[in-house]
Write a protein that binds this ligand. Structure first.
Ligand SMILES: CCCCCCCCCCC/C=C/C(=O)SCCNC(=O)CCNC(=O)[C@H](O)C(C)(C)COP(=O)(O)OP(=O)(O)OC[C@H]1O[C@@H](n2cnc3c(N)ncnc32)[C@H](O)[C@@H]1OP(=O)(O)O
Length: 298
């Protein structure tokens, strides 16, 4: 699609393309199935103009992994909603059974060129900047597991409601993959659950069951699975009664220090990511993790 190509071409970082230390290609994956790039929308947005509330349904089978295409679509939808002054609230939820989002699509980081990795990371940053800094009230209706980037996605929202199902888990489990949550993932978590909880969670790559997640404040409310969406809608109604301007300024005051840190360091952050993720040892860790996922299934 033309808009997708346009957004992608904007996302390419010229500095990265010419960086000789990134000039190597990662090893080609031999065993991992590359999924077909489906052209069907990965996100469905329902916008009710009478309430001013939009609902974003993530619908990218099997597990709503955050691929380049997915994130590009997400950013475009967000941009459109943000520009519509009538849209005051956004609920993010999943149409996939049992999974909110499996986090960043590992296939975008495995066996890919440095240029591709840089392009991918730029859109990950873009998604975070847009959501964490959104003027809208944002609520995550977490109706399934939400590891790593999926957890980050929900942490960017103003309020998290999770299905009370012990089969589900949520957390920043990056270290379990042999990778490191970057500073802005870490700070988003610190801003939500505090320094000590974050330190333990990140070092150990903890995935929390809903009850534990509630205890440390990683989610704000647990509800029966079939009520996640209705409670999110009721909560939105309450949040929207607060005078808009005052709430927005308060949100900016709380979040801008972290947002500004990434905004002013985007290039360096991309370069860090690319040189880290393309290391042979890191590629090996990602491969082993993907193998583990497949074995678990078998
Ligand atoms: C010095 C400091 C510098 C720092 C620089 C930065 C460093 C890098 C930072 C990178 C940050 C990364 C963030 C991430 O989000 S990484 C992704 C982490 N995600 C996970 O660990 C989740 C893995 N998935 C699961 O646990 C389960 O799939 C899940 C619980 C979500 C669902 O379970 P279920 O049983 O329903 O489904 P399956 O496991 O059978 O999965 C179905 C198929 O989907 C594939 N899959 C799953 N997750 C992913 C994924 N994240 N990316 C790509 N593909 C994924 C899985 O392999 C199955 O595939 P097949 O059907 O082909 O077998």
């Amino acid at each position: 699609m033309a808009w997708r190509a346009a957004l992608r071409s904007k996302a390419v970082i010229p500095a990265l393309l010419s960086c000789s230390s990134h000039g190597r290609l990662c090893a080609s994956p031999t065993f991992i199935t590359q999924r077909n790039n489906s052209t069907s929308p990965k996100i469905k947005v329902d916008y009710d103009q009478t309430t001013g509330v939009a609902v974003m349904h993530m619908q990218s089978p099997p597990v709503n992994s955050l691929s380049l295409d997915f994130l590009t679509e997400l950013c475009i939808s967000l941009e459109k909603l943000e520009m519509d002054k009538g849209c005051r609230g956004l609920i993010i939820t999943s149409n996939q059974p049992k999974v909110f989002s499996a986090g960043l699509d590992i296939l975008e980081m495995y066996g890919k060129s440095p240029e591709h990795c840089g392009e991918f990371w730029k859109v990950v940053q873009e998604m975070w900047l847009k959501l964490y800094g959104s003027n809208m009230v944002t609520i995550a209706a977490i109706n399934g597991s939400s590891p790593a980037g999926g957890c980050l996605l929900s942490l960017t929202c103003d309020y998290r409601i999770m299905a009370d199902n012990p089969l589900y888990s949520i957390g920043l489990n990056e270290t379990q993959l042999g990778i490191v949550a970057p500073f802005w993932f870490k700070e988003t978590m610190v801003n939500t659950v505090g320094h000590r909880n974050t330190e333990v969670a990140l070092q150990l790559g903890l995935l929390y069951k809903p009850a534990e997640a509630l205890k440390i404040g990683l989610v704000d409310q647990l509800v029966p699975e079939d009520q996640v969406f209705s409670v999110a809608t009721q909560t939105m109604t309450k949040w929207l009664t607060i005078p808009e301007h005052a709430r927005q300024i308060t949100k900016s005051m709380m979040r801008n220090p972290t947002i500004d840190k990434l905004r002013t360091n985007r290039e360096a952050d991309i370069q860090n990511f690319v040189s880290f993720i393309t290391k042979e040892s890191i590629q090996k860790s990602l491969r082993m993790y993907m193998e583990m996922l497949k074995q678990r299934k078998a």
